[in-house]
Design a protein around this ligand. Structure first.
Ligand SMILES: Nc1ncnc2c1ncn2[C@@H]1O[C@H](COP(=O)(O)OP(=O)(O)OP(=O)(O)O)[C@@H](O)[C@H]1O
Ligand SMILES: [Mg+2]
Length: 236
């Protein structure tokens, strides 16, 4: 099996004034091609911090992050940003959609960072077509022109998933993607994640507090006291 994402000896310490807050203290983990791994652990254990470090939103204090074979932590910033956009998609608990843009425009924007601006503008029609297809895939073909404020929570998360898919990433980092949704809506989003995983072989790292969701995953990665406590096997 091939690893799509690897952390080697990752430390992350936040500094608040003179205080140092060690959060991650030597994380070694891999996410394999095509798997869905749950990332679990108590509130404050460092799950979101790890997601940010793996997604290059925040640099590790020490250690390296690899996308496939490439150590991305040592790359110059522009290459790093480009590789990140090609390799990784994000889904957050609070969607992070742009309020002024409608669903279609929010999804189109997800492809912008993988292309040059002229390329993106000239490929506009193709990008739009693809965004339409993805919104239809997530069941929102009737909501293309709705702004986030005109969508339900579940619908907003579907837009965020379509936005993550448009750059065709190998990995989606999903930080409590159903944390803000009622259980029925959450079940629909989770089914969609599993469907995408099966159809496109995209790997997911799924942060969750829900034991049943964690059990449904191929594997559980549990954080405690700044390190990976166990890698329990799942999918039942
Ligand atoms: N920017 C920051 N500056 C200082 N401390 C931070 C910062 N971000 C997070 N922390 C601290 O790091 C620790 C881990 O936070 P993190 O958000 O990664 O936890 P989590 O496992 O995602 O928790 P939850 O399940 O509640 O979302 C917490 O103690 C938090 O207070
Ligand atoms: Mg968190």
């Amino acid at each position: 099996m091939t690893a799509v994402l690897t952390a080697v000896g990752v430390h992350k310490t936040y500094r608040l004034g003179r205080r140092e807050i060690p959060v991650l203290q030597g994380i070694d983990m891999s996410l394999m091609e095509g798997e869905i791994a749950a990332l679990v652990g108590a509130s404050g254990a460092g799950k979101s911090t790890l997601v940010h470090v793996l997604g290059l939103l925040d640099p590790p204090t020490q250690g390296t992050v690899h996308y496939g074979e490439t150590d991305v932590t040592t790359l110059p910033t522009p290459q790093q940003a480009r590789l990140r956009h090609e390799h990784v998609g994000f889904v957050f608990q609070f969607y992070h959609l742009i309020p002024e843009l409608n669903a279609l425009e929010n999804v189109c924007l997800g492809s912008m960072m993988t292309m040059s601006l002229p390329g993106w503008l000239s490929g506009g029609r193709r990008v739009k077509q693809r965004a339409r297809e993805l919104l239809s895939k997530v069941g929102l073909e009737e909501r293309l022109r709705h702004r986030p404020s005109q969508l339900s929570g579940g619908e907003r998360q579907r837009v965020a998933i379509a936005r993550a898919l448009i750059a065709e990433p190998k990995v989606i980092l999903a930080d409590e993607p159903t944390g803000n949704l009622d259980s029925n809506t959450a079940a629909g989003i989770l089914d969609l994640i599993w469907e995408i995983n099966e159809e496109r072989r995209i790997s997911f790292l799924l942060v969750t507090h829900n034991e049943a969701v964690a059990r449904r995953c191929d594997r559980r990665i549990r954080l405690r006291d700044g390190s990976v406590e166990s890698r329990e096997v799942g999918r039942n």
